[in-house]
Write a protein that binds this ligand. Structure first.
Ligand SMILES: [Zn+2]
Length: 251
């Protein structure tokens, strides 16, 4: 397996987009972390207010889907004509509607809120060993070309008295991946959501993905994979913790 493009991104350097998930305007600051740049001034955001802000996350409703379906389908008819096809030929008669419905499904992450996933799923627990869920399947859409990105997500965190139901990590991946994305942002959003929810000692997220826009056009490298990672807290500051995480997800 060739990895023609490999990016290791240690996030958080010169970070200015603390509101990356759109949940809050401030920066989550866990005691003992240096989440900001060198001159980062600590500003504590209590978890209660963070949870409060999740309720305001903008979503698309099922009614919105129904309302917009005809116009999305009409747009696909225009695309078919623009491609030199005849939208009236038998095989294409229902294609605009099918494509519109499929596109709404591919982006159904806009219909869901992180707060709904986390409700009743955060537990007080004295567990202080690393929690890892690896090989979570991920399907997303490249926001530059509107073609699929797919791959696997590996998540690890070191709890600080709070843990999350294991299946919820996959649900967080699902919500952020079923939107128009770039892989770097997706990686970071997952790590930030876990940080906001649990205020853990540290979080690591690694995504290995294939971009169809790279595979089918441009460089046309069949087996190229893009790897991104976000390391926060002790995963970022302590090489031993980070190495433990990286070796466990590769085993
Ligand atoms: Zn693309």
């Amino acid at each position: 397996m060739e990895r023609s493009k490999q990016k290791q991104m240690n996030q958080n350097e010169n970070e200015t987009d603390a509101a990356i998930n759109g949940h809050f305007d401030g920066r989550v600051k866990v005691p003992g972390w240096s989440a900001g740049g060198a001159a980062g001034t600590p500003s504590t955001v209590p978890s209660s207010s963070v949870m409060e802000s999740w309720r305001e996350e903008r979503t698309r409703s099922l009614e919105d889907n129904e309302m917009s379906l005809p116009s999305i389908a009409a747009a696909y008819t225009t695309i078919l004509r623009g491609l030199g096809e005849d939208p009236q030929r038998q095989g294409l008669l229902k294609t605009p509607w099918r494509a519109a419905t499929a596109m709404q499904f591919f982006t159904k992450g806009y219909q869901e809120k992180i707060i709904d996933v986390l409700n009743d799923a955060i537990f007080d627990e004295d567990h202080d060993e690393m929690v890892i869920v690896k090989d979570i399947d991920m399907f997303s859409m490249c926001e530059h070309h509107l073609v699929p990105i797919f791959g696997r997500v590996h998540i690890g965190y070191l709890p600080n008295k709070r843990v999350l139901g294991l299946s919820k990590l996959a649900r967080i991946v699902e919500i952020y991946s079923r939107r128009l994305q770039v892989q770097e942002r997706l990686t970071k959003q997952i790590a930030v959501a876990i940080t906001e929810a649990l205020q853990p000692a540290g979080v690591g997220v690694v995504i290995e993905a294939t971009h169809m826009c790279m595979v089918m056009r441009g460089v046309q490298k069949m087996n190229s994979k893009t790897v991104t990672s976000t390391m926060l807290g002790v995963f970022r500051e302590d090489p031993k913790t980070r190495d433990e995480f990286l070796s466990l997800i590769r085993s």
